[in-house]
Design a protein around this ligand. Structure first.
Ligand code: FE
Ligand code: FE
Ligand code: ZN
Length: 262
C-alpha cells in the first residue's frame, strides 16, 4: 500500500484493518511489517491511518454485536502496535433507538475496555453526518464520549468534511466559525486527521454520500481554504472520494497546486 501511495504522489494513506464486514484479519507477518517500515522511512510515508470496519457498532442494541465491535477493535489495536505512533479511526456507531445518551455510554464503555495505558496508537472518533441514529453527529456528542473515557490522552477526532457539512456545519461559508466551535467544544489539539471528501448532497442533508473534490456541494474553493487554514497546518489529510487510482492522483495534484506553503 505504501508503493501505491507513492505512485500517486501521496505521502500517507488510510487503510481498512480488515474487510468492511469485519471478518478475520490475516496473521501479522513481521517480515512484511519490517519491509513496510523501511519503505515508509525511505519514501517519507508517515502518519498512516487505520480505519475500523464501518459495519462495527459499539452501541448496538444487541449485546453480541457490541461484543463483536469490542473484540475486533481490541484485535486491531494489538496489530497497530506493530506500526507504532499512528492513528486508528472508527465510526462511533448507531444507537438504533436506544437514544444518543445510551449510545454514548456504550461507546465509552467499549473504549474503556480496549484502551491500554502505554499503547502507541491514538484512537479517533469520526465526525458523522447524522444519518439514521448515528452517534457523533455533533461536536457535543463526540465531546460527551471523550468525557466518559478514562484515558482521553489516547483519543482524538477525525473530521470528515462531507460528514460535517451534511451534519450542518457550514465549512463553505463559515470555516472559521466551525473551527472555533470545534475548538470550544472538543479542542483543536484533539483534531488528528481530516477525511477530505466533497458531498453529493446539499448542506445539512444528513446523508453521507461522498463526491469527488470540487464536484459536489462543498466545492474546490472551500477545500483550498481548508488546506491553507493556519489552524489546520500539519494535520494529515486522507481522500475518500469515489475514484480509481488515477482520480486520486489528480486530486492530490490539484490540492498540492492550491497549497500555499508558509
Ligand atoms: Fe469513515
Ligand atoms: Fe470518512
Ligand atoms: Zn462517509
Amino acid at each position: 500500500m505504501g508503493k501505491t501511495a507513492v505512485s500517486i504522489g501521496a505521502n500517507t494513506f488510510q487503510f481498512f484493518t480488515r474487510n468492511p464486514r469485519g471478518s478475520r484479519a490475516k496473521a501479522i507477518d513481521v517480515k512484511d511489517v519490517a519491509a513496510f517500515l523501511e519503505y515508509a522511512e525511505q519514501n517519507d510515508i508517515s502518519r498512516i491511518l487505520a480505519h475500523a470496519p464501518y459495519t462495527l457498532n459499539a452501541c448496538s442494541k444487541d449485546e453480541r454485536t457490541r461484543e463483536f465491535a469490542l473484540e475486533t477493535m481490541e484485535d486491531d489495536l494489538k496489530r497497530m502496535e506493530y506500526v507504532p505512533g499512528n492513528c486508528y479511526n472508527f465510526h462511533p456507531g448507531s444507537h438504533v433507538g436506544q437514544g444518543a445518551t445510551e449510545g454514548i455510554r456504550q461507546i465509552a464503555a467499549t473504549l474503556n475496555q480496549i484502551l491500554k495505558p502505554g499503547q502507541h496508537t491514538t484512537v479517533l472518533l469520526e465526525t458523522m453526518a447524522g444519518k439514521g441514529t448515528e452517534v457523533g453527529r455533533s461536536f457535543e456528542e463526540l465531546r460527551a464520549i471523550l468525557d466518559l473515557v478514562e484515558l482521553p490522552q489516547l483519543m482524538g477526532v477525525c473530521l470528515d468534511t462531507c460528514h460535517v457539512y451534511d451534519a450542518g456545519y457550514d465549512i463553505v461559508n463559515d470555516l472559521d466559525g466551525v473551527l472555533e466551535q470545534f475548538d470550544r467544544v472538543i479542542g483543536l489539539e484533539k483534531l488528528k486527521a481530516i477525511h477530505m471528501n466533497d458531498s453529493k448532497n446539499p448542506f445539512a442533508s444528513h446523508k453521507d454520500r461522498h463526491e469527488k473534490i470540487g464536484e459536489g456541494s462543498i466545492g474546490l474553493e472551500a477545500f483550498e481554504r481548508i488546506i491553507n487554514h493556519p489552524q489546520l497546518q500539519g494535520i494529515p489529510v486522507y481522500l475518500e472520494t469515489p475514484n480509481e487510482l488515477e482520480g486520486y492522483a489528480a486530486e492530490i495534484r490539484m490540492l498540492r497546486e492550491r497549497y500555499r506553503k508558509g
